[in-house]
Design a protein around this ligand. Structure first.
Ligand SMILES: NC(=O)c1ccc[n+]([C@@H]2O[C@H](COP(=O)([O-])OP(=O)(O)OC[C@H]3O[C@@H](n4cnc5c(N)ncnc54)[C@H](O)[C@@H]3O)[C@@H](O)[C@H]2O)c1
Length: 452
């Protein structure tokens, strides 16, 4: 056994140290922080009856990944759009499960939760519905897996935290990098092995090219009365398919790109630095699409006071240029680690003051940014434990869902890799960026702002 060195204070729990002989010399492999056990638990045990609420683009990703987890049965689909209902229910049937009950109104689904013996719901509706639906689901006795941003308002996020505590239901928020073994390995290298030395600079980006508005098949236009009933109407009260499909552009339904994309990566800054920020300043623009209510591009600088001293994190989200895609980077006097959900963007480079550990000398290097840093993926394969390669092959959301269902089976909230308290602290850091853009002033945080 080896002590888990997770820096968020919530992860000190069962870990294991798998010893394996790799290549000619036996090396001690890395602990997988309970994730391997979680996956095993998810594979065994009794069936869990689940529902999917919001079966759009991301809901379908989660549904497919959850259907691949043994013992998870989908009894219900809820979505206000016939198009999504049809797609989700067909996918469940094609996976060999019974035809699910189909609902338009989540309140009707929750009213029938007992009859359907539902235990869990996956929520992947637009952000503005998360707090209302997650709170109602927990009050109806269901465990909840809810997509990020957990809420577009901090008040909503706070209600989710309080309700999880009051009801004792498990609530996992969809910051899936927290269940990603490569991220957890990188954190060990930084926080435990101090491979980068003292980290003083972090960088993160999510760059996307200019893209057109989302559309819809003509035969699946939602009737006006349905759009109105569920709040998809413009400022004049006119039902709007455009707003329904492009909800991310509007303040009513979303907190904009910083919440949509930045929340994933700013969560990693907090997690890896083991701290919440002390201040943030930011600038943004709507240069290419003034009809978006939120800035399409934002550059933000966070200041942190970590245990090791001060640090700064620069974050940029662009919807005007996709160069370089998405990754996070941690830079110290001894080295740099770049990490991403895209394995091709995961590397480790040493500074002149850094020392390449002996176990890494034969790890493959890759071409990146005009250099040849070590491949983080190859390093993980060498040190990540006997099932490192199998973990890497799994879909990124599947690992986070496995963690959720394993925690539900075990009835152990402490197993969750992203409980609502953690996501609340992230939301507090993220949502303040919009205030900083609008005020043009540095926003100072108080530690109590990160607690619900
Ligand atoms: N974790 C990730 O990597 C990731 C990736 C993409 C999206 N997301 C999140 O997933 C969520 C959904 O995003 P998306 O891209 O799938 O959006 P989407 O617009 O494609 O899908 C939303 C679905 O919710 C349905 N819906 C809307 N209001 C509803 C209501 N009141 N009740 C029931 N159904 C309703 C819509 O009909 C649609 O089927 C968002 O919170 C988003 O931030 C997370």
């Amino acid at each position: 056994m080896e002590e888990n060195t997770m820096t968020d204070g919530k992860m000190n729990r069962r870990t294991f140290l798998a010893a394996a002989a790799v290549g000619a010399g036996a090396v001690i492999t890395r602990p997988l922080h309970g994730l391997a056990q979680a996956a095993t638990a998810a594979a065994g045990g009794g069936a869990i009856n689940a529902a999917i609420l919001g079966a759009g683009t991301q809901g379908m990703v989660l549904l497919r990944d959850a259907l691949a987890i043994p013992g998870v049965r989908f009894k219900a689909v809820c979505d206000i759009w016939a198009y999504s209902q049809k797609y989700a229910s067909g996918t469940i049937r094609k996976a060999g499960q019974d035809a699910p009950a189909v609902f338009e109104d989540y309140r009707e689904m929750l009213a029938g939760a007992g009859k359907m013996d539902l235990q869990a719901v996956i929520i992947a509706t637009p952000d503005w519905m998360h707090a209302e639906q997650a709170v109602a689901a927990m009050k109806a006795g269901l465990h909840v897996y809810c997509e990020k941003e957990m809420s577009q308002s901090l008040a909503g996020a706070g209600q989710m935290v309080q309700t999880a505590r009051q009801t004792g239901r498990l609530c996992q928020i969809g910051h899936q990098r927290r269940s990603n073994p490569l991220y957890r390995f990188a954190l060990d290298l930084i926080a435990r092995d101090k491979i980068c030395g003292r980290v003083t600079t972090c960088y993160g980006q999510w760059n996307r090219p200019v893209s057109p508005a989302s559309t819809w098949p003509e035969k699946f236009v939602i009737p006006d009365e349905t759009l109105k009933k569920y709040g998809y109407a413009d400022a004049d009260g006119k039902p709007s398919m455009h707003e329904f499909r492009n909800w991310r552009w509007y303040r009513k339904y979303s907190a904009g790109p910083i919440a949509d994309l930045g929340s994933h990566q700013i969560d990693i800054f907090n997690w890896f630095l083991g701290a919440e920020p002390a201040a943030v300043l930011a600038s943004g623009g709507r240069d290419f699409n003034p009809s978006r209510q939120w800035c399409q591009d934002i550059l933000a600088v966070y200041e942190y006071n970590t245990k090791g001293g001060s640090a700064r994190a620069f974050y940029q989200v662009l919807n005007s240029n996709g160069y370089g895609n998405y990754f996070e980077r941690f830079m110290g006097e001894a080295g740099t680690i770049s990490i991403s959900e895209d394995p091709a963007r995961c590397h480790l480079a040493f500074e002149p003051a850094g020392k390449v550990p002996e176990w890494m000398t034969d790890v493959a290097t890759v071409a990146a940014d005009g250099q040849t840093p070590f491949s983080l993926v190859e390093a993980f394969k060498k040190r990540g434990g006997p099932d490192a390669e199998a973990q890497l092959k799994k879909n990124i959301h599947r690992l986070h869902l496995e963690n959720f269902f394993a925690a539900v089976r075990a009835g152990d909230v402490k197993l969750l890799t992203c409980p609502p308290e953690t996501a609340y602290a992230t939301a507090a850091a993220v949502l303040a960026v919009n205030d900083a853009v609008e005020s043009g002033a540095k926003v100072q945080f108080k530690p109590e702002q990160f607690k619900a």
